[in-house]
Design a protein around this ligand. Structure first.
Ligand code: PEP
Ligand code: MN
Length: 350
């Protein structure tokens, strides 16, 4: 199957719970005509023991039956070499590596070894922690095992104080896409949101960011689901969301639009290089301040100075039409780099 088809829509229950629930959900999804791949989790080691832990291998038989009935390829999660052996035996078309597994290079290597040379598509979900290198490393292990069809799934990151179940931290996913630009990236709004309310807006946002598709949890009777009940949609609700979406033009503009875009991009490139040059000048001055502080044995961090810098910035937000939070974050990064450089200067052995 071609995972580069765009948009690629994967949908199905969080877990296969029974033959009826799996088949009914899959058939309803197929009837919407909007789904390309059917998913279901088979092994579900949950956060705490004692709750529903998945139906195990017999669920793969229900998925295979759903595949025969609908003609659609099917997908499931693998976390151990034994799972890989089972999915390959059942001719499952697509597997994904879950966030709890991507975080652990031992497990990812075990999966890569078990998958070596197999003709199967593999999606790598982002790790629980916002670490691009860890995510990239996991993908590289799978590619190194000779898997040709590899994709990414952005499902958000564990964090405290976020309005989401898993904070999307879009910048991490965007950086991952920059590093692995020829690999398709899907958005999993279900695990980002943790409930149904914000799913539509997250899907729209991923669409605006030109993601390659979606992985969404759907269930014939979400309220009765044995896992992730709050976030699952009925196939009908999902189809309605898809039909309301605004699909952005994926191709570059042509004619007049293209020309205008080119000019604005050239302008941005110019401004970016001016910004970098200004930053370089700022850092050099800050180094000179570091030398003076060293000569006079003055502490690096002068908090009243930092407060006045931030205040001066905030006083200008309206005039500049810049968001205050953004300005403070930007200044914090610049300030931290200045402190790092000054610390080096203060502690340099002569
Ligand atoms: C899932 O998709 O069912 C799942 C467990 O996802 P994640 O690894 O993103 O938590
Ligand atoms: Mn789930």
């Amino acid at each position: 199957m071609n995972i580069n088809e765009k948009p690629l829509i994967i949908a199905g229950p969080c877990s296969a719970e029974s033959r009826e629930q799996t088949i009914e959900t899959c058939c309803q999804l197929a009837r919407t005509g909007k789904v390309d791949v059917l998913r279901a989790g088979i092994w579900k080691p949950r956060t705490k023991p004692g709750s529903f832990e998945g139906v195990g291998s017999r669920g793969l038989e229900w998925l295979t039956e759903a595949k025969q009935l609908t003609g659609l390829p099917v997908a499931s999660e693998v976390a151990t070499a034994k799972h890989v052996e089972e999915v390959l035996r059942h001719n499952i078309d697509v597997v994904w590596i879950g966030a709890r597994t991507t975080v652990n290079p031992f497990s990812v290597q075990e999966l890569a070894d078990a998958l070596r040379g197999a003709d199967i598509a593999v999606f790598v979900k982002n790790p629980m922690v916002p670490d691009v290198n860890l995510w990239q490393g996991a993908v590289e292990r799978i590619i190194n095992a000779g898997i040709k069809n590899v994709g990414l799934v952005h499902r958000g990151f564990t964090s405290y104080g976020s309005e989401y179940r898993n904070n999307p931290m879009w910048h991490i996913a965007i950086e991952m896409r920059r590093r692995m630009s020829d690999i398709p990236m899907l958005c999993d709004p279900s695990h980002i949101c943790g409930n149904r309310e914000k799913i539509e807006s997250i899907i729209q946002k991923s669409n605006d960011l030109n993601y390659n598709g979606l992985m969404v949890e759907c269930h014939v009777n979400p309220d009765e689901a044995l896992s992730d009940a709050e976030q699952q949609l009925t196939p009908t609700q999902f189809a309605e969301i898809l039909s309301r979406l605004v699909w952005r033009d994926r191709n570059l503009l042509s004619g007049k639009g293209a020309e205008a875009l080119e000019i604005m991009r050239a302008e941005i490139d110019q401004i970016d290089s001016e910004l970098i040059n200004l930053l370089s000048r700022r850092m050099k001055i800050s180094d000179r301040i570091g030398v003076v502080k060293r000569q006079n044995n003055v502490a690096i961090l002068q908090s009243h100075r930092w407060n006045s810098i931030v205040q001066r910035m905030l006083n200008q937000t309206d005039r500049l039409t810049l968001d205050g939070d953004f300005l403070v974050k930007l200044m914090e990064i610049i300030h931290l780099e200045s402190i790092r450089r000054q610390t080096e200067i203060m502690n340099k052995q002569e």
